[in-house]
Design a binder for this molecule. Sequence first.
Ligand code: SAH
Length: 407
Amino acid sequence: MDQNLSLVSLPAKIPQLVLLRDVTKHLKRGHLWVFKDCFEAKQKFSSGVVELVHKKDSLGFAVFQEDTQLTCRVLFLNDDAHTRKNNIPLTFKLWSQNNWKRALTLRSHFPNHETNSYRLINGEGDGFCGLNIDIYGDTAVIKHDHPIMEKIWNHELFVEWLRRDLPFLKCIYLKRRNHEEEKGENLFGELKDEVLFKENGVVFASNIRDAAKTGFFLDQRDNRLLIKNFSKDKHVLNLFSYTGGFSLFAAFGGAISATSVDISKAAIKASERNFEVNNLTTKHTAVAMDAFEFVDLKLIEKVKYDLVIADPPSFAPNQKAIPQAIEAYTRVFSQALKLLKPGGLFAASSCSSHITYDVFMEICQNAFSKSNKRARVVYLGAQPTDHPYPLMMTELRYLKFILFEVE
Ligand code: SAH
């Protein structure tokens, strides 16, 4: 068999993992995760590709992650159209080609004249569990959400197909978590210190090696564009600004001034650089400071803004942290609301997958009550089309963005 034609690196023999509970229905509906309590505890495995078995029947193939509560991430089931009975290698090959083609087709409008930064592979949303591939101009960045995934995915073939189908690429970089010893490696070409790319006509510069995630928060693209439409002649405050994304779009939309606030000095420096590379002359104030403290300070100084954006980090990294996260979001939103002029606009966002849209709306309602303000909902936003997720996995619909007009 030609191992090299599967995007999954297959072991010589694929071990079988026996399911204790019948989760067939759940999997057949399209959910791709199986948790620890669904397996016989005594089975000893090391992480890798496994065949899922229930009552002697093979269900399909998955990646086993021995050290997490989320134990199994499904690759595909045997009832998928590409399955060839008794020919596992051919099945993996056809599955790889099909998944790859589907991912590319969904992004066929990228790159274009205005935007050459987009997510090509969005983990389970594209059937490639734990794997993200983002494109930034001539640079592709591959990132896994768990170290085991580096052994699962066949990087050589990804590089080959990326170069074949995206011939403009000059570098393919494998990025690891920032705290890991080896931050990343060039799989093709060489990563530049500063990678330039475009989003809806705005140029961004990213130091991908040290940046958050794969280099930029591509998921706010549509929401940043929306902010552009509402910024004319306004004083805009961008809390948790990272490298200034919303501030740049506000400036391009005709804002009088933009203020970016982020606790990370590097992000604040990068926001200034982004104003520079766009030759923008809009007044931009970039402040490296805790956003909670900044808001308190401006309340004392009685400074007011026409448009405030608050896009905090994920305050709820897990289920247990939800109550504190709700409290933190409510606190920062209710305080930030006090900085608005009457009739101003407020944009609130959260990227925490543990906070549902309904809970987020409730957080916003409580924040408004706490600051004694009423509002109209102008727009509900989410992640853009290059961040799809399986219908049954609403936990992967993580991004929430609401624009309010405040009375
Ligand atoms: N809106 C941004 C993404 C924001 S990500 C964009 O469009 O690109 C969240 C940001 O919050 C990160 O840059 C992180 O450094 C920052 N952050 C985390 N805690 C903070 C705090 N207490 N005060 C200010 N910024 C904080």
